[in-house]
Design a protein around this ligand. Structure first.
Ligand SMILES: C[S@@+](CC[C@H](N)C(=O)[O-])C[C@H]1O[C@@H](n2cnc3c(N)ncnc32)[C@H](O)[C@@H]1O
Ligand code: SF4
Length: 375
């Protein structure tokens, strides 16, 4: 069992908070599709002998691809990999791209999961974030997708936004829940260098919520989603009726994945690779038959660090039996020793052999995980 991620690096314009690799022009789109299909051929052995259970079109904005382009990519994948019949094929989409005929086409191509970037239903927030859609378009896109028979829809929201009041945040969550979708990804805003928000922040143009306000927003999110049948299965992810994202779960379960397209990361259990974050250099390389990428062989410490980070992110937590079996007694005692202080501070919880972050701990997860790492 393995996963394939395709990075589609096009956006209509750059959002104020986002530092994912993308370009705000489609002038190379056709050539890019040819290049990624060529990369699929070049990397057809990467996952061998595993079959592919999940495919994820991420970005950037995959919904800027035409139906014919998606079809071409899926055909190339089918030709070069064994795709399981019971599969999950996700496409990240911006609301303004999701017209009825496009959705119908996606469905017939076999896309069976949509991840729609709503972010907020508050017009002022959408403007501040420089989103390319309105709140009405966001609502309509979800409803049209449902009308077209999509039964596995995820919506992205962002909280911790400048001036986001508890009242507005509550309304955003309630609106998403009322849409009767299966999955919510809710991210706390991070101010990334090189973004417009970073500039605004440095110039004092935006006020960010205090840590306590952010924690209250997170608690509200947990409370309302739980009340409405969502399971909080990973730091930022909530699923109803068992609709967890299998693709993302694979990342946390130590299975192989192949990342195609500029900036995409791959993992084959022993090493990590990442393609260059530059569409021109990526395509030039591919057309000369070589991949412009870097590779890092993973040491035991690095594998252990990945194991701790990915396990603690999920509701299944970290199982110490598994840790001992994979890494041995020395790593186990280091983990147990370090976790004691977090358990005492109510930042972590222990249930027999399983260790989890508490609600308070989830909120400062980066800081906690940092302390577990062995360098
Ligand atoms: C890389 S985007 C791609 C999806 C699609 N292009 C869109 O805009 O909806 C995936 C999600 O990451 C989240 N995201 C990106 N940058 C973020 C940031 N700095 N802080 C919090 N969430 C962020 C947004 O919720 C976004 O929908
Ligand atoms: S959030 Fe989505 S649309 Fe906005 S810049 Fe990032 S990838 Fe592009």
């Amino acid at each position: 069992m393995a996963g394939i991620y395709l990075h589609i690096p096009f956006c209509k314009s750059k959002c104020a908070y986002c530092d994912f690799y993308s370009v705000a022009t489609v002038k190379n789109k056709e050539q890019f599709v040819t290049a990624i299909c060529k990369e699929i051929e070049l990397r057809k052995d990467y996952l061998f002998p595993d079959s592919v259970q999940t495919i994820y079109f991420g970005g950037g904005t995959p919904s800027m691809l035409d139906l014919q382009e998606i079809d071409k990519i899926l055909n190339a994948l089918n030709k070069n990999f064994t795709i399981e019949e019971q599969n999950e094929i996700t496409l990240e989409a911006n609301p303004d791209d999701l017209k009825e005929s496009y959705l119908k086409g996606l469905k017939s191509l076999g896309i069976n999961r949509l991840s729609i970037g709503v972010q907020s239903f508050i017009p002022d927030d959408l403007l501040l974030m420089r989103r390319s859609h309105t709140a009405e378009q966001a609502l309509k896109s979800v409803q049209t997708a449902q009308d077209q028979g999509f039964e596995n829809i995820s919506v992205d929201l962002i909280y911790g936004l400048p001036n986001l009041s508890m009242q507005s945040w509550k309304q955003n969550i309630e609106k998403v829940i009322a849409l009767n979708i299966q999955h919510i990804s809710a991210y706390h805003l991070t101010i990334e260098p090189k973004t417009l928000f970073f500039k605004y922040y440095q110039n004092g143009k935006i006020n960010l919520p205090s840590e306590n306000e952010s924690l209250d927003q997170f608690k509200k999110l947990k409370e309302l989603t739980a009340k409405n049948g969502f399971v909080h299965y990973e730091i930022s992810n909530f699923a109803k009726d068992g609709s967890i994202s299998f693709h993302n779960t694979n990342y946390w379960m130590d299975v192989k994945y192949l990342g195609l397209g500029p900036s995409a990361h791959s993992y084959n259990l022993t090493s990590r690779e990442w393609n260059i974050s530059d569409i021109r250099a990526y395509m030039d390389g591919i057309f000369q038959g070589k991949l412009v990428k870097e590779t890092e062989n993973l040491s035991k410490n690095e594998k252990y660090n990945d194991f701790v980070i990915t396990s603690l992110r999920t509701m299944w937590g970290l199982n110490t039996e598994k840790l001992k079996k994979k890494f041995g007694e020395k790593y186990l005692s280091d983990f147990i020793k370090k976790s004691k202080k977090y358990i005492d501070q109510n930042l972590m919880k222990q249930d027999r052999q399983n260790y989890f972050l508490s609600e308070k701990g989830i909120f400062i997860s980066d800081h906690i995980m940092q302390n577990f790492l062995i360098v």
